[in-house]
Design a binder for this molecule. Structure first.
Ligand code: AMP
Ligand code: MG
Length: 331
């Protein structure tokens, strides 16, 4: 299959619509990462999404809709606080998990009685969703467990030959995935941290919990149990206060003949050779926006990435730290 990258215009949107109406899938940009979308009502389309990505069959998908879409057709009654969250943060990088009406393929939620819904703010995503006017099931448009794609070229690298069309909306400005928040209970529970912070949600609702998996219990956000976002090269991750150890690791790997790059925040970058730094920048927003592009660049140029955690755990940094930890899991 030939994979074409096309800018978003009337002609490419008409092509996307025709593909989706025939049970196929297309990649499209959002403000977080690129998505791999198919008709959420179609078992065939949802099967194709799982197959193309090599995604585990028990990791449910998020359904994307345009801003005028009537959510009530997809979900059961919502808590008053959920309506508040919608009006404050949507369209935007917040996914809300509701009780499902069961109007989409059961494969979307892997048999759970809930449905994760998102209204992306990216103008290209909104244009695409309005044009097709159907609920679009979409995980990130990468091969499962690889780094999420933040450009059309990243999607092409992973899915070339497996999908017919990539709608190109430029580089994603958010850079990490949406916050996933369960709104089925009395208070919101964050299942996956992301661009909208727990603090921001608590500001609107008064309270917000973070889901912590309990050993032996059923996992509420199945996706979180998998290794994720990993570059193809070897990685080592050091704590923010272990810069000396990171420098030593950098040197010892280099002495062994490896091409080593350091991934770190700007203030730490001067501890490494300037031409060997993947620079996350200074602010949480910069770090989120750059992280995946740097991991993908790193796997192309380096044998080894020595990563140093940036400082900060709150706000958007919770999501950045989570993704960095998963990308470098185990080492
Ligand atoms: P991805 O599309 O790869 O960014 O992953 C989607 C995330 O949303 C995963 O962490 C899923 O576990 C989570 N998710 C999707 N649907 C549900 C749902 N119905 N209940 C809980 N988590 C969900
Ligand atoms: Mg993903």
């Amino acid at each position: 299959m030939e994979t074409r990258i096309r800018p978003i215009d009337e002609s490419s949107l008409a092509e996307a619509k025709a593909i989706l109406e025939n049970g196929g899938v297309v990649a499209f940009p959002t403000e977080t990462v690129y998505g791999l979308g198919g008709d959420a009502r179609s078992d065939e389309a949802v099967d194709t999404i799982y197959r193309v990505k090599g995604r585990p069959a028990d990791n449910p998908l998020i359904v994307h809709v345009h801003r005028e879409y009537d959510l009530k057709t997809l979900i059961c009654d919502e808590q008053p606080y959920a309506a508040k969250l919608r009006s404050r943060f949507l369209p935007g990088p917040l996914t809300l998990v509701y009780r499902s009406r069961g109007k989409v393929s059961a494969k979307v939620s892997c048999g759970l009685d809930t449905l994760a819904v998102r209204v992306p703010s990216h103008p290209g995503a909104q244009r695409f969703l309005r044009c097709v006017d159907m609920p679009i099931a979409a995980p990130s448009a990468n091969v499962s467990k690889h780094v999420s794609p933040v450009t059309a070229e990243h999607v092409y690298t992973d899915l070339q030959g497996r999908i017919p069309l990539i709608l190109d909306g430029g580089a994603c400005i958010g850079g990490i995935e949406s916050t996933v928040c369960d709104v089925t209970g009395d208070i919101p529970v964050v299942l996956r941290e992301g661009l909208i912070s727990r603090e921001q949600i608590a500001d609107v609702v008064g309270r917000c919990e973070l889901y912590v998996p309990v050993a032996g219990a059923q996992v509420r956000s199945p996706g979180m149990k998998y290794k994720h976002y990993a570059p193809a090269c070897k990685t080592y991750l050091f704590a923010a206060d272990a810069v000396e150890e990171a420098v030593q690791k950098f040197c010892s790997c280099e002495e062994e003949g490896a091409k080593v790059f350091a991934l770190c925040e700007n203030s730490v970058s001067r501890r490494f050779p300037a031409d060997r730094v993947l620079n996350l920048g200074d602010t949480g927003e910069e770090m989120a926006a750059r992280l995946y592009a740097l991991l993908r660049r790193g796997e192309q140029v380096a044998d080894v990435i020595v990563a140093v955690r940036p400082r900060g755990e709150d706000g958007i940094m919770a999501g950045v730290q989570n993704r960095l930890g998963k990308a470098c899991a185990g080492e």
